[in-house]
Design a protein around this ligand. Structure first.
Ligand SMILES: C[S@@+](CC[C@H](N)C(=O)[O-])C[C@H]1O[C@@H](n2cnc3c(N)ncnc32)[C@H](O)[C@@H]1O
Length: 325
């Protein structure tokens, strides 16, 4: 039988260090165990310490609010939020109010464009989604709004289309109030359509390109905008008493964004002689089943309103001028 070759004997110092290392191993394991235990013990001690203390007062307040809401059966009342709106500003003063409150009374188009973005903008770059659908003309003809509020403006395609329509229909004093944070959404400039957009320190320059488009559409006197999140802008409009007869909601399309925007926008609806109208895009895409469509349908059912459809848009008419908010 073939024998395995024997390995040569280890040198003396190597055999010695091997003996030491096998004696040291359990000690090292023990130290590691002890260390892990003390760290775990310390962290759980911190946790226990916190739970043994009383929670801060504001936590108590929230818990008691939720408990009261549950026991009174109003915990599902998530559509009732935000400030009580201020007294209505007359339509002819709305532009001035927003310029004063947002831009310290100075037109944002003064000295536009600033030199640092001048050569980064295109003369005209208006892209949107269903932004010239028949719904815009149908509603403007019907409502003849003095104030249109658009939540979600992007490059201004739908806003500028509405300006064009109001002019064509002889509504020369109608103001379009645009609300957008002008951030788009994460990664939107990777899309083939927008890959040429310039970026400066992470800013995709949407607001400047929108402003350029408004200049190009000769509409700086018909459009005023609020470059903030929809939640904070709508909240402020309510506080300032800025209402509109026609409100388009087309910003965030996930359920919570759409739900919040629709509810806040609803408070700003001023039914004119032909009623007030809330409407928005993307009622039919598969994703909207969980987002926009779900929010619109829930909203309509809470208020016992009817959702109508015009192309890809949802439309809710409020015909009763004494409708209570
Ligand atoms: C679909 S685009 C609007 C398109 C435009 N209505 C049109 O048809 O041309 C959505 C816009 O909503 C804006 N937006 C999304 N979430 C927002 C939020 N929470 N606050 C403000 N703007 C928001 C984005 O910046 C984007 O410009």
């Amino acid at each position: 039988m073939k024998q395995e070759p024997r390995s040569p004997p280890l040198p003396h110092h190597f055999r010695y260090s091997k003996r030491i290392s096998s004696a040291v191993k359990p000690v090292v394991y023990f130290i590691c165990l002890l260390l892990a235990y003390s760290l775990g013990y310390l962290s759980s001690y911190t946790r226990n310490n916190y739970t043994h203390n009383k929670p801060p007062a504001h936590v108590n307040a929230v818990v008691s609010y939720v408990n009261t809401a549950i026991s009174s059966g109003t915990e599902g009342d998530h559509n009732n939020f935000g400030a009580v709106c201020g007294e209505a500003v007359p339509s002819q003063n709305i532009r001035h109010t927003i310029l004063e409150r947002v831009f310290k009374g100075i037109s944002p188009w003064q000295n536009f464009p600033p030199p640092r973005v001048d050569n980064l903008l295109r003369k005209k770059w208006v892209k949107g989604w269903g932004s010239k659908g028949a719904v815009f003309e149908n509603l403007i003809r019907k409502v003849r709004p003095k104030t249109i509020i658009e939540v979600g403006t992007f490059l201004g395609a739908s806003a500028l289309h509405m300006v064009e329509l109001t002019r064509r229909l002889g509504l020369n004093n109608t103001q379009v109030v645009c609300i957008d944070d002008f951030r788009g959404w994460p990664g939107f400039s990777d899309h083939q359509k927008f890959k040429d957009m310039k970026m400066v320190n992470g800013d995709v320059l949407l607001m400047y390109q929108f402003m350029q488009n408004v200049v190009n559409g000769n509409a700086t006197e018909s459009v005023v905008y609020m470059p903030f999140s929809s939640g904070s802008a709508l909240e402020k409009l309510c506080e300032w008493g800025v209402f509109g007869e026609l409100i388009e909601v087309d910003a965030g399309h996930d359920f919570h964004s759409a739900w919040s925007d629709i509810n806040r926008a609803f408070k700003l609806l001023k039914p004119g002689s032909a009623g007030g109208v809330l409407f928005g895009h993307d009622y039919f895409t598969a994703a909207d089943n969980r987002g926009v469509r779900r929010a619109v349908n829930l909203f309509a059912s809470v208020h016992n309103l009817t959702v109508q459809v015009d192309g890809q848009h949802w439309v809710i008419h409020i015909t009763n001028p004494s409708f209570s908010y």
